[in-house]
Design a binder for this molecule. Sequence first.
Ligand code: FES
Length: 224
Amino acid sequence: MNITRRGFLQGAIGLAGAGMTTALAVPALKTLLPPPVTRCNDDDAHETLTYKSESGKWYENMGGSVAKKEDFNLWDVAIVNWAPKNLEQELGACEIQLALVKVPAEPSMNGLGVSVDDGNAYLMAYHTYKCPHLCCKPVFSAEGTSTISGNDYENMFLCPCHLSLFDPLSVIKNVDEQGREVMAAELLEGPAPYGLPVVPIEEKDGGLVGLMTQIDWLKYCGQG
Ligand code: FES
């Protein structure tokens, strides 16, 4: 086949144009792709719940050690780190923080928490890492007055961003925005779409561990 000079030039210009388009498109496409998943170090993984180092808290000298049920009095709350091996694959995070609380026993806590004090209390873990509304971090509040209803309250989780109030004693079945059933601390007021999920825990080798069995309950706010 004879290739004329004009045809050759047209072909060359076309190829250069395609190359330039590709060169421009690749960076543009890269901005559309999700950032690469963080690579968690398997050696740092732990299913145990370990105390976060926080000064001024009752567990401040226990930072990094495994939480044990004997450490808690009724209504003691501790922020603990949880970093099981498959957390990155499931939630895209190497480690998350939960609120571990010793609460008076309620029947709905059976199978979710660790029963203590001859069945009169439970250790329970709540997903204070992200509020189901717009992903802030609810905090435990021993007492206060709601600025929404004006009602006084005791022993609640309060989200600082839009004041959703969650009752850790009332663990009920909720339905999340994807239609999944989630056991969560009941939403009493505020704009959250449903309650604050619990993370099932159990005792193993004398320490408390978080279970991955209901990890879907935590898949919101960009997790999972
Ligand atoms: S983010 Fe928690 S109430 Fe809005």
